[in-house]
Design a binder for this molecule. Structure first.
Ligand code: ADP
Ligand code: MG
Ligand code: ZN
Length: 468
């Protein structure tokens, strides 16, 4: 019999805020040493009260808008009670009853994935085990998270990977999260059913997965385990929580699945309900970055290649630079090539990545425009770009100082051509006797003599004219 895999995801994403969700300690990337960013509130001292970080609400709403969700106008927090050494309050503040976003939809290839809800919550701390000692680091306690819960709409590991890749791009380009290693973690719920069946099978949940490669492996292993269990009655499937072991490539039972009642959820009376009124919602909407699909489409319409689009969409900093340069009046397709090929190449030579690029949109657009309007040629433009990137040169000054555009007028070019012709009698004679190839050599000498200044097409036509 053929089986269909059914998957639903719960994805936790750490938000890029400057401070934690309920206190003013530095946020996710602020800590340098263990227990650096800790105060009485986020280390769970008795009687300390949470104060809501407004930015968390705005980022959660922005994520909801990007995933086509309904935004709740009334949203509240609940306490989820459990005891663990990395959870100093012995409860996690999360949202159960009135989550911030519901009923979204995101397309992954041909499949529509329904988003059940997005809720805000605080992260727990970290335990560090060394020999017979265990240490606790509270830097991560109360770092803001959003949890995005899908309906069981995925039908393959590939769809899950595409979805997560898309979320990462979206959240990076929206300034919601940098989604670095470990800042995006998933619980994967899996069941299988005979093809054509309408009923869901027993599901298991694989906790806390972050590498896409491991996620793919875990889904393949776990779905096959389900199929074997049903087909060959190798074991009885029970609803439980499992963990994936990367070394063996297998999943292992951790515990029976807790039910809601196990956590004794109740409303957190320390945090007032949050009302999102029209004015605030409009404000968030107007600051919302263009959705990723629209942006990719705009790039595509401007003639930018799929490969370049992929590089741009995943990189907020670089796509913003491109957008700024385009806004300053440069051609989109050319500008993409300048950034993704020329800038990237210059940085690579210095052992740097595109993300290390440090150039203002103004400087870059100055160079691109000089080339686009034929004031300097492309090779000269590249020289300027190197000087700007490597030596922080001012493009206009650099062009002037190196006379990259000085010899533009025909007289100056003709003078150089005459000099080159006089110095290359043999090649000129060859050309005149019909050897077309000789022209290329003479042209090359002219270009060298002009040190990259002037428009190559103009130089070539002047040269041909002279030789006739
Ligand atoms: P719980 O409250 O028990 O965690 P939810 O309804 O919130 O259950 O579902 C948790 C996740 O499990 C969701 O992402 C959902 O899509 C997924 N899920 C639910 N049923 C199944 C199933 N039969 N197979 C795969 N995933 C499922
Ligand atoms: Mg759940
Ligand atoms: Zn704190």
């Amino acid at each position: 019999m053929n089986y269909e895999v059914v998957i639903g995801l719960e994805t936790h994403v750490e938000l890029s805020t400057e401070s934690k969700i309920f206190c003013s300690c530095g946020g996710h990337s602020a800590a340098k040493e263990p227990n650096d960013c800790v105060c009485p509130a986020c280390s769970g001292m008795p009687g300390m009260l949470p104060v809501m970080n407004k930015r968390v609400v705005e980022l959660a709403v922005t994520a909801g808008l990007m995933l086509n969700c309904e935004i709740s106008r009334y949203t509240t927090f609940d306490k989820k009670n459990y005891y663990y050494p990395d959870l100093p309050c012995a409860y996690q503040i999360t949202q159960l009853n009135h989550p911030i976003c519901t009923n979204g939809l995101v397309s992954v290839g041909k499949r529509d994935i329904r988003i059940k809800q997005i809720h805000m919550e605080e992260d727990a701390g970290k335990l560090v085990h060394e020999g017979k000692f265990s240490f606790v680091d509270f830097n991560r306690t109360s770092v803001p998270l959003i949890e995005i819960v899908t309906q069981p709409d995925f039908r393959s590991a590939e769809e899950v990977v595409s979805y997560l890749t898309k979320l990462k791009s979206m959240f990076r380009s929206g300034g919601i999260s940098e989604c670095e290693e470990g800042a995006m973690r998933c619980d994967i719920n899996i069941s299988v059913r005979p093809e054509g069946s309408e009923e869901y099978g027993v599901r298991t949940e694989i906790k806390n997965m972050s590498s896409l490669e491991a996620i793919e492996k875990a889904i393949r292993y776990e779905s096959q385990r389900h199929i074997d269990a049903i087909e060959f009655e190798t074991e009885e499937l029970v609803q439980e929580t499992r963990r994936f072991d990367d070394v063996s490539g297998k999943t292992f039972a951790m515990r029976n699945k807790e039910t809601e009642a196990d956590y004794r959820y109740f409303p957190d009376a320390n945090i007032m309900p949050i009302i999102i009124d029209d004015e605030w919602l409009e404000q968030i909407k107007s600051a919302k970055p263009v959705a990723i699909d629209e942006k990719a489409e705009a790039y595509r319409n401007a003639g930018i290649s799929e490969k370049e689009i992929e590089m741009l969409i995943g990189n907020f900093k670089i796509s913003k630079l491109l957008d700024d340069v385009i806004a300053l009046g440069c051609n989109a397709k050319d500008s993409a090539a300048w950034i993704l090929t020329d800038c990237a190449g210059i940085l690579r030579k210095g052992g740097l990545l595109l993300n290390d690029l440090d150039i203002t949109p103004e400087a870059l657009s100055t160079i691109i425009k000089q080339v686009e309007t034929g004031k300097i040629n492309r090779a000269a433009g590249r020289k300027v770009l190197i000087a700007v990137i490597e030596d922080k040169a001012d493009p206009t000054e650099f062009i002037k100082k190196n006379s990259l555009d000085a010899k533009l007028d025909e007289n100056a070019i003709n003078a150089v051509i005459e000099k080159v012709i006089a110095a290359n009698e043999a090649a000129v004679a060859d050309y005149k006797s019909g050897k077309e190839k000789a022209l290329q050599a003479i042209f090359g000498s002219c270009m060298r003599e002009l040190k990259g200044a002037g428009d190559p097409a103009v130089i070539k036509s002047l040269l041909e004219k002279k030789l006739k």
